[in-house]
Ligand binder design. Structure first.
Ligand code: NDP
Length: 478
C-alpha cells in the first residue's frame, strides 16, 4: 500500500492528527522513534481507517506516494531539527516536509531555506486546538511555498475545523515562517484574552461580591452575546466546578501561579524587535510571571491598600454590566494589537499575509475561536487596506459606546485595589491612539537635551537640534 501522507511523532498531537486523516479516508503511514507508540496506535485505532505502520524511517519513507508528504509532530526545538535531518536524507526533490509542532518562526525560516537548497519543500504549519482539535478539526496555519500548499490543500481542508459557513479553517498564510508567525500571534492573543477574562472574574468576585457559581452564570450569559467564545465557555465550566475532596469551588483550591510554555513570551520578544506595541499581550505575560514570584509577593504582602468592600447588591448588578463592556472593549483593543503585529511581520518579511484570511481560519478549531472573528474577517474583507481594526466603523462604534463604562470599571478597580493590568493597558493604548498630542514631544526634547538626538518640528520639515549647553539657539541638523 502507498500512503497519501505520513505522520512521524505519535504522542497526543501526532496520533490524533493521524487518526483525523484516516477518518477522512486517507491512507496514513505512521512512525515514531519508539515503535511501541506506532503499534499502540494501530492496535487501538486501526479500525478507524487505513494505517501503514512503519518501524523504521526507511520503511516510513518507502510507504509514501510521490511527491512524499510527511508531517513531523515531535517536540519543538532540537528534536525537530534531528528528525528533519534524518528524513531529509531519505527524501527526493519535490517531496514535502511539514512541521506541525510549535516551532519558532525564525527556526522555520532557517529550516525552509536549508531544505529549499536541497530541493525539498518545507511547510511550517501552526496547528491550534490541542489534542481534541487535532482529532476533530484544528485550525491549521501553513507557511512555505504556494506550490507545497497546493499539494496539501485537499488533505488539510478535509481535516481542518469548519467555520459556521462550512469554510475549512486553513489557508496558505504566506511563505517560509508566515504560518508559525501567525500561530505565535494567535497564542499571544490567547494569553491576552485569558488575562482579560481573569481580570473580569477578579472584579466580579472582589468588587461585585459574586460567588464563583454566580460568576460562572454571568459568563454563561455573556457567552450568548458578542463575547461568545470557547475561552468564555470553558471559564464558566471551570468556575462552576466543585473540588471533590474539599467541596470548595475548584478555582479556590488551585494555586494562584500561572505557568507558560513560551509562545506568549516569543510574541512579546518579537513585537519588541519589530517595534510594534502589543501592550495587552505583554501585560498578560508579565501577569503570569508576577503570579509565580512567590518571593516578591510574600515580601510585599504587608503593603497598605483599600480594605475589601464589595458593592451593595443593587450596584453590583450594574457593575457586572460595565465589566462586560470593559472586557469587550479591551478585547477589541487587544485583537487590534495582534493584527497590527501580523501586518508588521508580514511587511518585515515580505509575506503578503491577508489579514482577513487569518480571521477566517481562527473562527473554529483554535483556542481563541469566537463569533467575534467572523467580524474581523468581514472588516478586512470590506477594506483590505484597513490600517487597524480600531479604524473599522463597526468596531470603532462599539468601542466608543463601551468607553465610558470601561473607564468607570478601571477607576473602580483602582479604587478597590484590584489589579487590572490588561484592562488598563488596553484603555491606555486606546487613549494614546486617539490623543491629538502625546508627551512624546517632551521625550524627544529630553533626548535632544542630553544626547543631541535631534527632533522634527510640527511647523516645518527637517531635523533640528537646540544648543542646550550654549545660547539655546536652534540649528538645522540636515
Ligand atoms: P511532545 O511535544 O510531548 O513530543 C513527544 C513526541 O516527540 C514523541 O513522539 C517523541 O518520541 C518525539 N520525540 C522527542 N524527541 C525526539 C527525538 N529527538 N527524535 C525523535 N522523536 C522525538 O508531543 P505533543 O504531541 O504534545 O506535541 C507535538 C508537537 O505539537 C510539539 O511541537 C508541540 O509543541 C506541538 N503542539 C502541541 C499541542 C498540544 O496541545 N499538546 C498543541 C499544538 C501544537 P518518543 O515517543 O520516541 O519519545
Amino acid at each position: 500500500t502507498t500512503a497519501h501522507i505520513g505522520v512521524t511523532g505519535l504522542a497526543v498531537m501526532g496520533r490524533n492528527l493521524a487518526r483525523n486523516f484516516a477518518r477522512n479516508g486517507y491512507t496514513v503511514a505512521v512512525h515514531n522513534r519508539t515503535a511501541t507508540r506506532t503499534r499502540d496506535l494501530v492496535r487501538d485505532f486501526g479500525d478507524e481507517g487505513s494505517f501503514v505502520a512503519a518501524e523504521t524511517a526507511e520503511e516510513f519513507v518507502a510507504a509514501l506516494e510521490r511527491p512524499r508528504r510527511l508531517i513531523i509532530m515531535v517536540k519543538a526545538g532540537a528534536p525537530t531539527d534531528a528528525v528533519i535531518d534524518e528524513f531529509a536524507a531519505l527524501l527526493e526533490p519535490g517531496d514535502v516536509i511539514i512541521d506541525g509542532g510549535n516551532a519558532h518562526y525564525a527556526d522555520t525560516r532557517r529550516r525552509e531555506a536549508d531544505l529549499r537548497e536541497r530541493g525539498l519543500h518545507f511547510v511550517g504549519a501552526g496547528i491550534s486546538g490541542g489534542e481534541e482539535g487535532a482529532l476533530h478539526g484544528p485550525s491549521i496555519m501553513p507557511g512555505g511555498s504556494a506550490e507545497a500548499y497546493e499539494s496539501l490543500r485537499p488533505m488539510l481542508e478535509s481535516i481542518a475545523a469548519k467555520a459556521e459557513d462550512g469554510t475549512p479553517c486553513t489557508t496558505h498564510v504566506g511563505p517560509d515562517g508566515a504560518g508559525h508567525f501567525v500561530k505565535m500571534v494567535h497564542n499571544g492573543i490567547e494569553y491576552a484574552d485569558m488575562q482579560l477574562i481573569g481580570e473580569a472574574y477578579h472584579l466580579l468576585r472582589d468588587v461585585a461580591g459574586f460567588s464563583p457559581a454566580r460568576v460562572a452564570e454571568t459568563f454563561r450569559q455573556w457567552n450568548t452575546g458578542r463575547l461568545d467564545s470557547y475561552l468564555i465557555e470553558i471559564t464558566a465550566e471551570v468556575l462552576s466546578h466543585t473540588d471533590a475532596e474539599t467541596g470548595k469551588p475548584f478555582v479556590d483550591v488551585v494555586a494562584d501561579q500561572a505557568e507558560q510554555k513560551g509562545t506568549g513570551r516569543w510574541t512579546v520578544q518579537t513585537a519588541l524587535d519589530l517595534g510594534v506595541p502589543v501592550s495587552g499581550i505583554a501585560e498578560a505575560v508579565f501577569a503570569r510571571s508576577l503570579s509565580g514570584h512567590t518571593d516578591l509577593r510574600s515580601a510585599s504582602g504587608h503593603l497598605p491598600g483599600p480594605a475589601a468592600s464589595p458593592l451593595a447588591p443593587e450596584e453590583a448588578e450594574r457593575f457586572a454590566e460595565k465589566v462586560e463592556q470593559a472586557l469587550y472593549a479591551s478585547k477589541i483593543t487587544s485583537y487590534a494589537q495582534g493584527w497590527n503585529m501580523i501586518r508588521s511581520g508580514s511587511d518585515e518579511f515580505g509575506w503578503g499575509i491577508d489579514p482577513g484570511a487569518v480571521g477566517a481560519i481562527w473562527r473554529a478549531g483554535c483556542i481563541i475561536r469566537a463569533a467575534f472573528l467572523d467580524r474581523i474577517r468581514s472588516a478586512f474583507a470590506a477594506r483590505p487596506d484597513l490600517p487597524t481594526l480600531l479604524a473599522d466603523d463597526h468596531f470603532g462604534k462599539e468601542i466608543g459606546e463601551a468607553q465610558a463604562d470601561w473607564r468607570s470599571v478601571v477607576a473602580t478597580a483602582v479604587g478597590h485595589g484590584v489589579p487590572v493590568p490588561g484592562f488598563s493597558a488596553a484603555l491606555a493604548s486606546y487613549d494614546a491612539l486617539r490623543s491629538e498630542r502625546l508627551p512624546a514631544s517632551l521625550t524627544q526634547a529630553q533626548r535632544d537635551f542630553f544626547g543631541a538626538h535631534t527632533y522634527r518640528r510640527t511647523d516645518r520639515d527637517g531635523s533640528f537640534h537646540t544648543l542646550w549647553g550654549g545660547d539655546r539657539s536652534e540649528v538645522s541638523s540636515d
